[in-house]
Design a protein around this ligand. Sequence first.
Ligand code: IPE
Ligand code: IPE
Ligand code: MG
Ligand code: MG
Length: 286
Amino acid sequence: MKPIEENDLTLRIREDADAVEQALSVRWLADVGTHAPLLGEAMRWAVLGGGKRVRAFLCLEIARILAPGTDALDYACALELLHASSLVHDDMPEMDNDDIRRGKPSCHKQFGPAIALMAGDALIALAFRAAAGDADRAAEAVSVLSEAGGWQGIASGQTLDLLSEGRRISLEELKTLQRLKTGRLIVAAAELGALAARASAEKTRDFAAYAEAIGQAFQVTDDLLDAGESGSDRARDLATFLRFMTPEEALAYAAKLTEKGKDAIRKYPGTELLLSFADRLLARTC
Ligand code: IPE
Ligand code: IPE
Ligand code: MG
Ligand code: MG
């Protein structure tokens, strides 16, 4: 029998994912086809009905731990909107050229590259609108999201990732590019959760350190999963951890990062689910 904690975690993740799906659909994506129905369809296609909602969960759970009763749903939606936009662009022929995303045709396969480009752009803009929802903290939330998505984060990370194709880059360069393309948004999830809870700088730093470490582990696991399933990274000779270590070493490395992340928040009460969430991410199969 699984420990009770594990079941609690499954339930909590599902409840959060449902709440986020609902808010995304009804609050943020209801009117997006008003002027150009096809654009709206493509935006909804890219965001709804799939995704593990890892970033949303981190944000909501951290907000709850730091100030029970906090409503961080708009921030959780902002994170998922920005994340979805990055996936739309990531799959396009000029980038990873992937036909399938979340078990269905990727946005450009379904709607064509021009509409997908616009849908990705519109999702970025919408993410900022969602982050600005709370007038009190709008400036800070928008700035956290901007630094995760723009030149300080995803855009530079993705650029370095593409430029790594077929090139010998060092392990340090790989870590930097992954921190930018994936890690920053995961850290932003923790920061927005802490911001929603109006947490102190010290608490924000500790939860961000947790997110930073599990975000690194997440990317190592992603490389392992990609190599195991489609092998598309290796086929294209993209830089992955498997250029530097065996799968067993990579898993051990991810496990070490996971422990490091857990150590950053262990001292806080109420973190049990977040601690098992780190293990859950390490053991994920998709
Ligand atoms: C996939 O992220 C892309 C990376 C940043 C590694 P996720 O694995 O979180 O994708 P979804 O949201 O669950 O589809
Ligand atoms: C996607 O990274 C990261 C971003 C969209 C920022 P990958 O290209 O490694 O992820 P998958 O394998 O397509 O999900
Ligand atoms: Mg990519
Ligand atoms: Mg990709």
